[in-house]
Design a binder for this molecule. Structure first.
Ligand code: GLV
Length: 388
């Protein structure tokens, strides 16, 4: 196999090895996918300022996220159904992340449970919370994350209802996949995946099965969210969640300056500028385009992270130079996981780190924490092409 030098190399292998249903789940945005596409293409519009003859020794990409040391400004984003992309996927990704020195965020909608991931890792990971109508279940879920030693809670605020991704409906997305003729033909061509799945007992939503009462068809993410997620979730809920949790709280899904101000008022420790990877409100602007305004409005009052569209170390660098303390990768690590399990996630992190480190040096900087807008060339109108 030729060496892996880009995230795209991993994506090519991923596409061959993982059933179409799960590839499509990861690789979709909602409706027309405009926001999904622009998350990536808007990064390309920002250019870098080259600086030469600067001492490049002793470089460091290390920084912190909510007070915790990280080897580079990248965390693994919560991704539902990660354990369908690769057998025991959450455990594999968490192990790669802890070896690399970046946070792994376990989704509420994971296949491996909180306890299972904790039992197979040695360092604290983060937990992402979806708030459901069953308050009792959610309180117990928060308590379980605490008991497992999770060191930050990521509260997703942009998914009370699910944005429609056409392919998931057409594919009949479920975990585990239903054994229709179409699925069986597809899986028969992915024997590595199929044998791996036969070798694990982790096939369903591990945080929920056996813990939540009165669940309907749990195998279908869309019917589960429609039935169980709390559409009444609002800013007032942060207080009880924060109190119950008692640790660092990160608010995910902020794409608006007024919402960023409310995030500060809520007492959260950090916010994530995010449009959920283009999976929720299609037609929203890309995260990278919204980032500077949010940094200017609240950057002094709250730690700012960003996700959506990061496929390279250069993207990480651009986000950091625009004022994000750190970033998250979702699809970029899922490609690696689906391609080669834990090794693939490590490969994705290595690719991103190398690109980040080399780009930083060629921009004439030795410390990631020194990057600023001075290192960028931003096209005129990038921030104010769209008015509100
Ligand atoms: C869930 O977070 C999803 O985007 O499918």
């Amino acid at each position: 196999m030729p060496p892996i030098t880009t995230i795209d190399d991993l994506k090519t292998i991923y596409k061959r090895r993982v059933p179409t249903m799960f590839y499509d789940y990861a690789e979709s945005g909602s409706w027309s996918e405009q926001t999904f596409r622009e998350n990536v293409s808007d990064f390309e519009k920002i250019r870098l300022r080259q600086k030469v003859a600067v001492d490049m020794t002793n470089r460091s990409t290390a920084t912190t996220m909510v007070g915790q040391d990280v080897a580079m400004p990248v965390a693994l984003a919560p991704v539902g159904l990660t354990g369908m992309q690769h057998p025991d996927g959450e455990i594999k990704a968490a192990r790669a992340a802890e070896k690399f020195g970046v946070p792994f965020t376990l989704s509420t909608m994971s296949i491996c449970s909180i306890e299972d991931v904790a039992a197979h890792t040695t360092k604290p990971f983060w937990f992402q919370l979806y708030v459901m109508k069953d308050r009792d279940f959610i309180e117990r879920l928060i308590d379980r994350a605490k008991a497992a030693g999770c060191s930050a809670l990521v509260l997703t605020f942009d998914l009370q209802i699910l944005g429609q991704r056409h392919k998931d409906i057409k594919n009949g997305l479920s975990a585990p996949p239903k054994l229709t003729i179409r699925n069986m033909i597809d899986i028969a061509q992915r024997q590595r995946w199929a044998w791996g799945m036969l070798g694990t007992k982790r096939h369903s939503f591990g945080n929920i099965v056996g813990h939540a009462k009165g669940v309907g068809d749990l195998s279908s993410l869309s019917s589960w969210t429609a039935e169980q997620f709390d559409p009444a979730l609002n800013w007032d809920d942060i207080a009880w969640i924060k109190e119950r949790w008692g640790g660092p709280l990160i608010l995910k899904g902020i794409l608006d300056v007024d919402d960023a101000r409310r995030s500060v008022d809520s007492g959260a420790d950090a916010l994530i500028v995010s449009n959920h990877g283009g999976r929720q409100l299609d037609g929203a602007l890309s995260s990278i385009r919204m980032l500077p305004d949010i940094v200017d409005a609240v950057g002094k009052d709250i730690e700012i992270h960003m996700d959506s569209g990061i496929r390279s170390g250069q993207d990480v660098l651009k986000a950091v130079a625009l004022g994000a303390k750190s970033t998250y990768i979702g699809r970029s690590f899922i490609y690696g996981l689906g391609a080669m399990g834990e090794k693939g996630v490590t490969a994705a992190l290595n690719v991103i780190h190398k690109e980040l480190d080399t780009t930083m040096a060629l921009c004439g900087e030795r410390l990631i924490t020194n990057m600023s807008r001075d290192n960028l060339l931003i096209p005129k109108g990038f921030r104010d092409e769209f008015t509100d």
